[in-house]
Design a protein around this ligand. Structure first.
Ligand code: C5P
Length: 229
């Protein structure tokens, strides 16, 4: 509860967080869930990818964390009708390239970059509610979330999903390289000091290796109903 100046209580908008490893399907599931509930949706990984794309384009050294944090602080981004804009340019597809994802994972290990993106992430918590996905949404950004989900799937299933996604978007892909990249990225995301990837103590665990999108969404809707969300 938040108290206003007259001592009246007001509840913060509902937040449902969906964290999990790369290519676990959390983005698609989170988007469908937000549509079903009529909530806003935040893909927090896109913010790290936008920062990575900006740094790559500006040819900033990837260990220059202060410059990259400054870029993150004033990221000229906008989310409009499912498209992601950077300084007015539609970069929805280009931020999905593997090079951008791998760079995002490297710069996401820097605490100043994470701090720079925090306020922007928190600002997405607006009525009637927010569904957000990432790595630390339930542990760090929204520790008071109304429902926290940790979504997983086996490495083999995730590599296969990412392979299909990339081919559909017209990017070249090799399944063995992808699997290795996924494992490297999982290791980096889980072992970093700043906001490592891990389930919140109060997270609901959901393994989607053998579940379709609709079934995964339904499991989360059931968890929402149990919590009266
Ligand atoms: O989810 P996605 O693969 O788009 O995220 C790209 C990278 O951004 C991840 O590998 C991870 O290192 C980083 N990330 C993060 N915290 C988040 C979301 C993404 O560290 N909340």
């Amino acid at each position: 509860m938040i108290m206003d100046s007259q001592g009246l209580s007001s509840k913060k908008p509902v937040v449902i967080t969906i964290d999990g490893p790369t290519a676990s399907g959390k983005g698609t599931v989170a988007q469908h869930l937000a549509d079903k509930l009529g909530f806003h949706y935040l893909d927090s990984g896109a913010l790290y990818r936008l920062t990575a794309l900006s740094a790559l384009r500006a040819k900033v050294a990837l260990d220059d964390m202060e410059t990259i944090a400054d870029m993150a602080k004033s990221l000229p981004c906008a989310f409009r009708q499912g498209r992601i804009l950077l300084a007015g340019e539609d970069v929805t597809d280009s931020i999905r390239a593997e090079e951008v994802g791998n760079t995002a994972s490297k710069i996401a290990a820097y605490q100043p970059v994470r701090d720079a993106l925090k306020a922007l992430q928190v600002s997405f918590r607006q009525p009637p509610g927010l569904v957000t996905d990432g790595r630390d949404m339930g542990t760090v950004i929204f520790p008071d979330a109304d429902l926290k989900v940790f979504l997983t799937a086996s490495v083999a299933v995730r590599a296969e999903r990412r392979y299909k996604q990339l081919l559909e978007k017209g990017f070249p892909a090799n399944i063995d390289t992808l699997r290795k990249d996924l494992e490297d990225r999982d290791k980096r995301d889980s072992e970093r000091k700043s906001s490592p990837l891990r389930p919140a103590a109060d997270a609901v665990m959901l393994d989607t290796s053998f579940l379709g999108i609709d079934e995964s969404v339904q499991c989360i809707l059931d968890a929402c109903a149990e919590k009266k969300i």
